[in-house]
Design a protein around this ligand. Structure first.
Ligand SMILES: [Zn+2]
Length: 68
């Protein structure tokens, strides 16, 4: 299991990136929303979509959930 967060600020393409808690690109505390603990990034992105419909896995920490 890993702890996941979603960036509350969209990227320039409108994506809200989903990160693991230990990602080097994890946003600052004020710019992230705690999603919870998931066994895989697919479930985490699904959870993020309840807050931000356009959510996407981070290319660095969750490449298997990243779509470009
Ligand atoms: Zn990341």
């Amino acid at each position: 299991m890993a702890i996941y967060y979603v960036n509350t600020e969209a990227q320039s393409n409108g994506d809200h990136e989903v990160h693991k808690s230990d990602c080097e690109f994890l946003p600052n505390e004020e710019n992230r929303l705690f999603l919870g603990s998931f066994s895989n990034c697919h479930d985490a992105v699904q959870g993020a979509k309840e807050h931000f419909p356009q959510s996407n896995g981070c290319a660095a920490c969750s490449p298997e959930c990243h779509t470009s």
